[in-house]
Design a protein around this ligand. Sequence first.
Ligand code: KIV
Length: 273
Amino acid sequence: MAYLSEATRKPVTVATLAKMKAAGEKFTVLTTYDASFATLLSRCGVDVILVGDSLGMVLQGHDSTLPVSIDDMVYHVACVQRGNETTLIMADLPFMGTATIEQCLQWSGRLMAAGAHMVKIEGGGWLADTVRALKRCGIPVCAHLGLTPQSVNAFGGYRVQGRDDAQAQAIIADAKALEAAGADVLLFECIPRALTKRIMAEVHIPVIGIGAAPECDGQVLVLHDILGVSPGKPARFVKNFLAGRTDGVEGAVRAYVAAVKDGSFPAAEHCFE
Ligand code: KIV
């Protein structure tokens, strides 16, 4: 089967993701932080590269994403941009990037100038004005909801969010407010599958999941997790696509792409009921 992004070999844009959602084609997202992997992922048909602040954990060895600076992010976005071919580059706004709208615009401008095609911000409906301000500047936005790792201290650990009704209602309201403010994409991390399905029925923009549900329009994982080289015990939503293969890193990336596209990843064991 020829996938939309592969068949055209045209650069993937935010509009492509909306088209893929409308066509019922799942899209693939993987984190990457350097030029060599950016080329490999692009050639393997990964639709979106996330230059995630997870680099603080998998590259820098910190135990959270909080120490990652905007200078770190700009450096890695520029590296990825040099290696990228046709993949859409999404860049994380690091910790404190949404403290004020001015800060967010200034930092986002730096990420876009370095080669990002869209920014990802962590937070809920209180960021509606921030999303509007980014959109006025022509910056596409992905809003990250649920377990937002920059708020790990407020959550008291990396815990599934939205398990009780009040939390679930709040996440639904946040998703709708961010969509209404103009967010182009939503990303749900570690929320129950049933809640994910409820929100999916109420929003119209593409939704990316990680520890959410196979019903999401796209899936994201951290590159080091799919290659089994991340430090520590893997989270429930992680699958090592390199384990047991004989065709190496490229084979693992291609297997991830194929599994997301054909709906076999994530399986029930990677989600929270
Ligand atoms: O920084 C990151 O890699 C992320 C993903 C885990 C979604 O935000």
